[in-house]
Ligand binder design. Structure first.
Ligand code: KIV
Ligand code: NA
Length: 264
C-alpha cells in the first residue's frame, strides 16, 4: 500500500470510499495491519486498558504514548499514525502544543484530543504550528467518571444538538478528522453529513466515513468483555492477516458494522 496522507483521507470521504482504522501499539502489528489494508493506525490511550490492564484510560502518560508511537512508526514509514493525547495533557493551547510536539517527534502524523468546542483555541494553536488534529466526540473515555460509566452518548435531542455544534466547532478550529464513539447511528450520519472532514466511527453505525476498532477486540482477546459494537474477526478467519483483510473488506463493502453492532 502507498503512503496515506490527510489529502488521501479527504479524497476518500469525497469519493465515498470507507476509511479503515485499527489501534496498534507496536511495530509488528502496525506493519501487519498496514500490509493487510488498514488505512489509519491509532496509538490509542486504550493501551491503558488493553496493555496496562487499567479500568480506564486515565493513568496513561504522554511518555507512554510517545514510546508506543515510536514503536508503531518503526513498523513502517508509510503508516498514517494518529497518537492519542492522554488525560489532562491538553488543558490549554500551550500545554497542548508542548505535549503534541513530543508525539509528533515520536513519529505521529496527527494527534487526537477528546472534547468539543472548549478545545477550539488549542486546535487553532496546534494546526497553526503544523500539528494536524483529530477530534473525538461521544463516549470520550477520559470523561468516564463524569458520565458515570462507559455509556452511549447523544441519546437526548439536547445532547445530539450539542454534539453537532461541537463537531462543527472542531472543524472550524482546523481539525482534519473526527472520531465518533458510541452514539446513535442517526446522529453519526447527521454529523458526517454536516462536516467536510472525515468521520471515523466506533459503535456509531455504518454511515460514518470510516471505522475503527481496538485491535484486541478485533481478535477477541480483550481482557474485559467484547463490546456490542465490536466483532471477533479471528473466529471466522483463523489467522491474523486474514482477520485484518476481512475487517477491511467488510468495512469497505458495508457489511461491518451491521445492525447488531449499532445503537439506535
Ligand atoms: O484509545 C483508543 O483506542 C481510541 C479509539 C477507541 C477510538 O480512542
Ligand atoms: Na483513546
Amino acid at each position: 500500500m502507498s503512503k496515506i496522507t490527510v489529502s488521501t483521507l479527504n479524497k476518500m470521504k469525497a469519493e465515498q470510499q470507507k476509511i479503515t482504522a485499527l489501534t496498534a501499539y507496536d511495530a509488528s502489528f502496525a506493519k501487519l495491519f498496514h500490509d493487510n489494508g488498514v488505512d489509519v493506525i491509532l496509538v490509542g490511550d486504550s493501551l491503558g486498558m488493553v496493555l496496562q490492564g487499567g479500568d480506564d484510560t486515565l493513568g496513561v502518560t504522554n511518555q507512554d504514548i510517545a514510546y508506543h508511537t515510536r514503536s508503531v512508526r518503526a513498523g513502517s514509514r508509510d503508516l498514517f499514525v494518529i497518537a492519542d493525547m492522554p488525560f489532562m495533557t491538553y488543558s490549554n493551547p500551550e500545554q497542548s502544543c508542548k505535549n503534541a510536539a513530543e508525539l509528533m517527534r515520536a513519529g505521529a502524523n496527527m494527534v487526537k484530543l477528546e472534547g468539543g468546542e472548549w478545545l477550539y483555541d488549542s486546535i487553532v494553536a496546534l494546526t497553526q504550528q503544523g500539528i494536524p488534529v483529530c477530534g473525538h466526540l461521544g463516549l470520550t473515555p477520559q470523561s468516564v467518571h463524569v458520565f458515570g460509566g462507559f455509556k452511549i452518548q447523544g441519546r437526548s435531542d439536547e445532547q445530539a444538538q450539542k454534539m453537532i455544534h461541537d463537531a462543527k466547532a472542531l472543524e472550524a478550529a482546523g481539525a482534519q478528522m473526527v472520531v465518533l464513539e458510541c452514539i446513535p447511528s442517526e446522529l453519526a450520519k447527521l454529523i458526517t453529513d454536516a462536516l467536510s472532514i472525515p468521520t471515523i466511527g466506533i459503535g456509531a453505525g455504518k454511515l460514518t466515513d470510516g471505522q475503527i476498532l481496538v485491535m484486541h477486540d478485533l481478535v477477541g482477546i480483550s481482557a474485559g468483555y467484547i463490546p456490542k459494537f465490536s466483532k471477533n474477526f479471528l473466529l471466522e478467519t483463523g489467522n491474523m492477516p486474514d482477520a485484518v483483510k476481512k475487517y477491511c473488506a467488510d468495512v469497505k463493502n458495508g457489511a461491518f458494522p451491521s445492525t447488531e453492532h449499532e445503537f439506535k
